[in-house]
Design a protein around this ligand. Structure first.
Ligand code: SF4
Ligand code: SF4
Ligand code: SF4
Length: 194
């Protein structure tokens, strides 16, 4: 297994982007290429830095506070009486943890929510809230390896779904393009016969 994959395997998989990278995989690649230090991930916190130090041989350093502090894990919940069903939170959620459809109220699947908080800023009516579900625990003491593995699977499934949808949209556009060309050619043939 490559070093970046081994690094990825010890990251928390919340996909929260707090490290300054679009997802845990991008941060793992940045550590491997020595573009990023091992202290950029608040959800992993101190134990996360120790794990990365053990793996890379780099010295343990304090968490970079510019990315946020190690804290308790939250899960999101939606105040459904205010939800306008805009679906923006569904697009923002990396693990497809929000159920709902256009103009219908939305709800969070608790065991799929990583607490990444990415849905909060996109909600136009501020009806998404956070609940602390880990009492006094934080970092890896508030998040198990099973939860991380589950989040990684859900994130990969969402990426696959989006890439399939994009492929289908592209194929649809090609079909429309071919139909338009065929119609244009037929019109030109008809004109030429007149
Ligand atoms: S969990 Fe850590 S590595 Fe993953 S996106 Fe968040 S800050 Fe970055
Ligand atoms: S519901 Fe919100 S906080 Fe939970 S994983 Fe999705 S985007 Fe993150
Ligand atoms: S972003 Fe807010 S208003 Fe829009 S669907 Fe999600 S919870 Fe409802």
């Amino acid at each position: 297994m490559s070093l970046s994959l081994r690094i990825l395997a010890v990251l928390p998989q919340t996909q929260c982007t707090r490290c300054g990278y679009p997802d845990c995989e991008a941060y793992a690649n940045a550590i491997e290429s020595q573009e990023a230090g091992i202290n950029q991930c608040p959800p992993g916190g101190e134990e996360g830095i120790q794990r990365l130090s053990d793996l890379t041989g780099l010295p343990v350093v304090p968490l970079n506070p510019e990315n946020g502090l190690q804290g308790p894990r939250h899960i999101a919940w939606i105040d459904e009486q205010w939800c306008i069903g805009c679906t923006l939170c569904i697009s923002a959620c990396p693990t497809d943890a929000i159920l709902g459809a256009s103009k219908q109220m939305h709800t969070v699947i608790e065991d799929a929510c990583t607490g990444c908080e990415l849905c909060l800023p996109v909600c136009p009516v501020d009806c998404i809230h956070l609940e602390n579900v880990t009492l006094g625990n934080s970092g890896w003491n508030a998040w198990t390896q099973d939860q991380a593995d589950h989040a990684k699977k859900r994130y990969e499934r969402k990426k696959l779904r989006l890439s399939k949808e994009q492929g289908e949209t592209h194929a649809d556009k090609n079909i429309v393009g071919l139909k338009q060309s065929a119609v244009q050619a037929a019109l030109e043939r008809a004109k030429a016969q007149k």
